[in-house]
Design a protein around this ligand. Structure first.
Ligand code: PEP
Length: 251
């Protein structure tokens, strides 16, 4: 378990300049004092410059929600990891289930994007998670294990130590139905053991839980032995809720 928890917001495809300014200012103003929690927000690409301008003088870090698997070139509509880095991004979400589902991102693409993010100096937040049907079929560990191992196989030990992993059961994302603490902890302990297969340093990789985290369930989830923080979707769009989740990470 990390001594300082990490809480990262995922705005998904939400925002407008005026709303973002108010949200970011409120979060910056209400952040728990000191370094009891590390906080980041992953914003849509067009708002990276705004995040950089508003947050540069605050302890809050920012990031992108995806990066291209390619370095540069004829890939219309894509955004490279180095472009995100130019706007001061710290994080890049990689392999979010909405990318895997809506954009058919396979494990190989997730591994390639993770490498691009690392090469650009970003911290990839590699997302893994099973569907409801896979859980019902008893396949949770097989699914998340395969997703994580596909990334680990592409990285050196030094690179593995620089990633963050987010366990996000697909059935819990945006559904209002979080995994129970016991369910999340069980998968996190498994993911920790998969990481430990690569190196001792990898066992220290931060493991975030994501999926309907809110002010009511955050403290309990963050109290689990192998949950090092959270990836927060819906609740990251309301300053009061996001701040309450951040405060819960300081307990
Ligand atoms: C997410 O989008 O990564 C997420 C966890 O969403 P929510 O918190 O809304 O379930």
């Amino acid at each position: 378990m990390l001594s300082t928890k990490l809480v990262v917001g995922n705005w998904k495809m939400h925002g407008r300049l005026s709303d973002n300014a108010a949200l970011l200012a409120a979060i910056a103003a209400g952040l728990p004092p000191g370094d009891a929690v590390r906080v980041g927000v992953c914003v849509p690409f067009p708002y990276l410059a705004q995040a950089q301008a508003v947050l540069a003088a605050t302890p809050i870090q920012w990031g992108a929600q995806d990066v291209s698997a390619h370095l540069q070139g004829a890939y219309t509509g894509e955004v490279s990891a180095s472009m995100a880095a130019e706007f001061g991004a710290t994080f890049a979400l990689i392999g979010h289930s909405e990318r895997r589902t809506c954009h058919a991102e396979c494990d190989d693409a997730v591994a390639a994007k993770t490498l691009r993010a690392l090469d650009a100096g970003l911290t990839p937040v590699v997302c893994v998670g099973e569907t409801d049907a896979q859980r019902e079929a008893g396949l949770t560990e097989a699914v998340v294990g395969a997703q994580l191992r596909a990334v680990l196989a592409a990285l050196s030990a030094e690179q593995v130590a620089r990633i963050v992993v987010a366990y996000e059961p697909v059935w819990a994302i945006g559904s209002g139905k979080s995994a129970s603490v016991a369910q999340a902890q069980q998968v996190h302990a498994f993911l920790r053991s998969v990481l430990a297969e690569t190196s001792a340093a990898a066992a220290g990789v931060a493991l975030l839980y994501g999926g309907s985290v809110n002010p009511d369930n955050a403290a309990e989830l963050f109290g689990a032995a192998d949950i090092d923080g959270g990836l927060i979707g819906g609740a990251s769009l309301k300053a009061a809720d996001f701040l309450a989740v951040c405060a819960a990470a300081c307990a």
